[in-house]
Every structure is written in C-alpha cells, then in structure tokens.
Ligand binder design. Structure first.
Ligand code: FNR
Length: 364
C-alpha cells in the first residue's frame, strides 16, 4: 500500500521536476511575458546616487532589508527537503525572506517535519513564512507556524490547480469562511496568495472582507500549474487552460485602487525573470516581490552557490535600476512614469483603468 508520505512525496517531486522543465522551455521560447509590456520612461538626468538608495520595505509590520523574497515551493519528500535546504541557505546568505511550500504533507504525516523545518535551521534569524491551503483548520495552521517558528502564514488559493489535479478538491465553498477563521485564530500576519493565475480586484476586495491585509497576486506568466497538473493527467485533457488567468502586472494595476481603499498591502509574484521585473512590479505598487520558478531553476541547474550569487546580483541590480530611475526608495518607484503597452493596455481599457495616469506620474 502507498503511504501518505509516498503519495505526497511523489507529487512534490513531480512538481519540482515539471516546474524546472517548464522554466527551461519558457527561457528558450518566444512566449510573451506581460512584464515586457511595462516600460519605464527613461530619465537621462535623474540625479541620484547609489549611496542614497534604500531598498528597505515593510511587509507584515516588519522591515525587510530588500523588497524580494523566495516564494512558496516545496517540502514533503527527501528530495524537496534538500531543495528547501538550498533555498534557505540562499535566503540566509542574501538576507531575504522565504516561504515554504504547502505544509499539508507535514500535517498529514508528522514524520515529514524535517523537510520543512530545514528552512528555520538554515535561516535561524530570517523572516520565514509557513504555507497551508484554505482547508486548514486553525489548529493545523498553528502547527505549521509553530514548526517553523514562522513570522507569517501564507494561505494559498488555487482553484485552477485543484480542478486540473485528478486528486484535487472540487468544493471551494468553505474557503472564505475558513480564511476568516484562520485570520482570527492566528497571532501571526496572514498572507493570501494565488499560485500563478492572479488575483482580480474583486478577489482582493473579498479577501479584505475576511480580515486579510496582505495579498500576493501571484499572476500568470511564470510557473504554470494548469500545465504542470495537466502533464500528470493520463490524457492531458486540460491543455486548453494553459493561458488562464491574469499576469502580475495586470493584477497590480487592477487591484491598486481597492487595495488602497481597503488598506491591503500587495505583494507581486508570478513570472518574475530578472531584476527589471522586480522593479516593474514595485513601480506598479507591490511592496515586495516573490520569485519561485526562476530561483528554483538556478538552484536545480547550478547549485546553491550560484543561487546565492544570483540573488546578491539581483539586489545590486535592483539598486542600480532605482538609481537610473531616480527613485531613492521603494515607495518612490510608485512615482515613476510607466508605459503600460500591448495587451496590458487593452486589459486596462477593458477594466476602466487609465494607462495615462501611469505614464504621467512624475511631478514636473
Ligand atoms: C509552487 N507554488 C506554490 N505556492 C504555494 O502557495 N504553495 C505551494 O505548495 C506551492 N508549490 C510550488 C511548487 C513549485 C515547484 C513551484 C515552482 C511553485 C507557487 C509559487 O509560490 C508561485 O505562486 C508561482 O510559482 C508563480 O511564481 P513563479 O514561479 O512564476 O515565480
């Protein structure tokens, strides 16, 4: 008979393998990433110096030295425990926050604890984020947070992934109620996140109704769980969902007004490939930016030292881009002139967002 640990473990190993494969295909392909439809107006005389730029930001009431984090991925098998070790070492060396993958496997099988706890062991002073699904009870969520000494909890909401997963959930009716219960019961901040299909302004508004004040939009364009789960189906019959959802830039502009009105902090993730994408997301209102697939791929192909150098290079380059843009702080990026072009402009038009307001933000 297959044990709980084996069932979870093989799924987690599949996810990592398929996500890395997907990343290689995307890197080689010509697929449009909507971050490329966000263009800065170049200011040739911004008059800023690297020494005056601060990358500090605030998330969940805590100051982060840099507006970047390693987003939720894995744990639950021997191999993914080692992936978590590599990610945590990189997070420690680069001083960035890190989230674990869903802890459902640990909640079902406590013997899997070390594959998650390695995050705290390798990054003892770091900002660590636990991760559960929206079916978790307060007691389960507390166990997840306690295992890691976590500083915050992500609740992932992933209807498309569940639908495409043969063994996935089909009833999401309890999720709003469950999320509200978790927010109320826990004494760490709760972040609600998607897993790569994006959050609309209506979703952000609804999540705010439940008492949540941090949302990670996690949009389309990077790791694609419709494709990953479809690859695990014998008939691959959900191929038509490959293009589902909204990108992170689309979500950030879509939800900006409601987030401001409801006091929700937006985090940006999904499809982030390089430092310019990070700066683009920050300029569209994200307080910090999460990266999963791109960092996983570096770790998988080149090892932990390469991931450390990559993240440190990103931090340097984010700072350099802020110098060029004349934005000494993360918040100042929200005053840069940004052109929303192509399909993103069409999205804005259909959603009643004026791209002109983004193109002419700098005070003259
Ligand atoms: C993920 N992601 C994810 N998210 C989550 O909340 N819980 C999870 O368990 C997982 N598992 C997972 C496994 C792997 C291998 C990857 C690559 C990703 C989703 C992740 O946090 C993020 O939302 C999406 O991957 C989109 O970001 P990228 O990959 O395009 O940067």
């Amino acid at each position: 008979m297959t044990t709980v640990a084996e069932t979870y473990g093989s799924r987690k190993d599949d996810h990592v393998r398929l996500a890395v494969e997907q990343h290689h295909l995307r890197a080689a392909g010509v697929e449009v990433n909507q971050f490329d439809e966000v263009r800065f107006v170049h200011d040739a005389l911004a008059g800023t110096s690297e020494s005056t730029v601060s990358l500090a930001t605030e998330v969940a009431g805590t100051r982060w030295a840099v507006p970047l984090f390693i987003n939720a991925m894995t744990g639950g098998s021997a191999r993914t425990g080692e992936v978590n070790r590599g990610l945590a070492i990189a997070a420690r060396e680069a001083n960035v926050a890190i989230a674990t993958g869903s802890m459902s496997a640990y909640l079902a099988e406590p013997a899997l604890a070390p594959t998650y706890r390695v995050l705290r062991e390798e990054h003892p002073d770091g900002f660590i984020i636990a991760n559960v699904n929206a079916n978790a009870t307060p007691e389960m969520a507390r166990r997840a947070v306690d295992l890691l000494g976590a500083d915050a909890l992500q609740i992932h909401i992933n209807t498309i992934q569940e639908i495409v997963m043969p063994e996935g959930d089909r009833d999401f009716s309890a999720w709003p109620r469950q999320i509200a219960r978790l927010v109320e019961a826990l004494d760490v901040p709760v972040i609600v996140k998607e897993v790569g299909f994006g959050m609309s302004r209506a979703a952000v508004d609804r999540v705010a109704d439940l008492g949540v004040s941090i949302v990670d939009v996690s949009g389309r364009g990077g790791t694609n769980f419709a494709a990953i789960e479809n690859a695990r189906r014998p008939l691959g019959d959900f191929a038509y969902l490959a293009d589902w959802g909204q990108s992170a830039p689309a979500c950030l502009v879509d939800a900006a007004a409601v987030a401001h009105r409801r006091g929700v902090t937006l985090l940006g993730s999904g499809g982030v490939r390089h430092p310019l994408d990070v700066v683009r997301a920050l300029a569209l209102g994200a307080r910090a930016v999460g990266v999963s697939g791109t960092f996983l791929s570096v770790l998988d192909s080149h090892g932990v030292d390469a991931l450390v150098s990559t993240i440190l290079d990103w931090v340097t380059q984010i700072r350099q881009l802020m110098v060029v843009l004349g934005a000494p702080t993360v918040r100042d990026l929200a005053n840069t002139d940004v052109l929303l072009t192509g399909n993103l402009a069409e999205f804005c038009r259909l959603r009643g967002i004026d791209p002109g307001e983004y193109a002419r933000r700098a005070a003259l």
